[in-house]
Design a protein around this ligand. Structure first.
Ligand code: AMP
Ligand code: MG
Length: 412
């Protein structure tokens, strides 16, 4: 048996960062940028008003107070998207809207609230002259040209993960498409004579193929493109045929057929056709786990039990997908929590116990989600974290502090 770390190292040692593709920026969400992006423009392009108000020269209003306003002639108005033709002088002001470029001559914007505009309106007086009620300072309420992004600046370096904010930044410099590392196509194959496809009646003794769906959903969630190959029966030829359909994918994930039973044929096919890296990992659930390479395609053979397949996916397939996508941070966030259940570890494997984690103040509490049988998929549905019980720890007791891998955050 090998450790979780050794197994992960072998998997990651084989998978490589994929090639790049150029796509419209919105489609790049969650992918890794594969170019240094420099800005061809200043953002904002011109000095402009941060508030609705009056563009003036700050020196015009040096003596302004609420009881002794400075009155300036209003020579026009400028709204966002237009350039004022007029120039502001010592005794004049230009009415200006948020985002409008600052007119020539002006060096600050006085908010409506700091003028007598509301009063003029209440008397229905024309806005031909405006009273400035407070001293103004140069640059006040002005956004400077290039204050967000300067022309020629490196805006986003290669390797950046594109989140909504980065997509927005790309749009702000007018960039329509970007070069990113492409998403891996992950072939998903379920194996087992007992499996029935969704949409079919369920004969006695059979079960629905749920693994293909939980696994494909995990692939999607972590940024891959699932290619569902359906169900292979427990026959060497059927498994071989289905595996051949996976050869154009970047990775093959199978479920079932990797333990020691007579019908566990995935490992035999792998051993014959591919190169097998390991069979068992010192963890629970998920001990029977295969990793191999079949005709150049990395293959992870997950155990058939629905919980085991999902947890081994989180631990080994997820980091592989992230690495292929060019990501650097491959681990899920881990927190410390106080455990409210006790867990026994009888055979020296690392336990990943499904748990519900909640926060109270600045502390986290974790409670296991009832029976931990690896066929009880609803226990996974109730869990938002995996409590780790290390190999050498015989038991954790209520009240102890444990490490928990977070699968989800309730805020998400
Ligand atoms: P195996 O690893 O092939 O021995 O499978 C172990 C157990 O996992 C089987 O007895 C099934 O109960 C369950 N199982 C295997 N494959 C699937 C699947 N695709 N969907 C749901 N359950 C499965
Ligand atoms: Mg099976």
């Amino acid at each position: 048996m090998i450790s979780v770390e050794e197994a992960l190292e072998k998997v990651l040692g084989y998978v490589q960062v994929l090639d790049r593709e150029e796509k419209p920026i919105l489609q790049c969400l969650g992918q890794v940028l594969d170019e240094d992006v420099y800005s061809p423009i200043n953002v904002p392009p011109l000095d402009n008003a941060a508030m609705d108000g009056y563009a003036i020269k700050a020196e015009s209003a040096l003596s302004a107070t609420p009881t002794s306003p400075v009155f300036l002639d209003v020579i026009g108005e400028v709204s966002a998207g237009t350039i004022a033709e007029q120039e502001v002088g010592a005794l004049t002001a230009l009415r200006i809207m948020t985002g409008a470029p600052l007119p020539k001559g002006a060096d600050c914007v006085v908010r409506f609230e700091d003028t007598d505009e509301a009063q003029l309106r209440s008397y229905r007086s024309p806005l031909s002259q405006i009273g400035i009620l407070h001293q103004a300072t140069q640059g006040q309420n002005v956004r400077r040209a290039g204050e967000d992004i300067a022309q020629g600046q490196l805006v986003l370096p290669q390797g950046t993960v594109l989140r909504p904010s980065e997509i927005g930044v790309l749009a702000s410099i007018g960039k329509e498409t970007a070069w990113v590392i492409r998403r891996p196509v992950v072939a998903v194959l379920a194996t087992g004579d007992e499996l029935v496809a969704l949409g079919q009646p369920l004969p006695e003794g059979k079960i629905y193929n749920s693994n293909s769906f939980s696994i494909a959903a995990q692939v999607l969630r972590y940024g891959g493109i699932p290619k569902i190959l359906g169900i292979a029966r427990d026959r060497v030829d059927d498994i071989e045929n289905k595996i051949n359909e996976a050869l154009s994918s970047d990775m093959l994930v199978t479920s079932g057929g990797v333990s020691v039973g007579d019908y566990d044929l995935v490992k035999d096919v792998l051993a014959e056709q591919g190169e097998v890296s390991f069979w068992t990992v010192r963890m629970k659930p998920g001990k029977p786990l295969a990793f191999g390479v079949i005709k150049g395609v990395p293959h992870l053979g997950l155990p058939g039990n629905p919980v085991s397949s999902m947890i081994t996916f989180e631990l080994f397939v997820r980091p592989a997908i992230l690495k292929m996508m060019g990501k650097k941070n491959l681990s899920k966030p881990t927190i410390k929590a106080i455990i409210e259940s006790s867990i026994r570890n009888t055979d020296g494997r690392r336990i990943f116990a499904r748990a519900t984690v909640r926060r109270e103040g600045d502390r986290y509490f974790a409670r296991t989600t009832g029976p931990q049988g690896s066929g009880i998929l609803t226990s996974m549905a109730r869990a938002n974290g995996l409590v780790i019980v290390p190999e050498e720890v015989k038991a954790v007791k209520e009240g102890e502090t444990v490490q928990v891998i977070m699968l989800d955050w309730s805020e998400e």
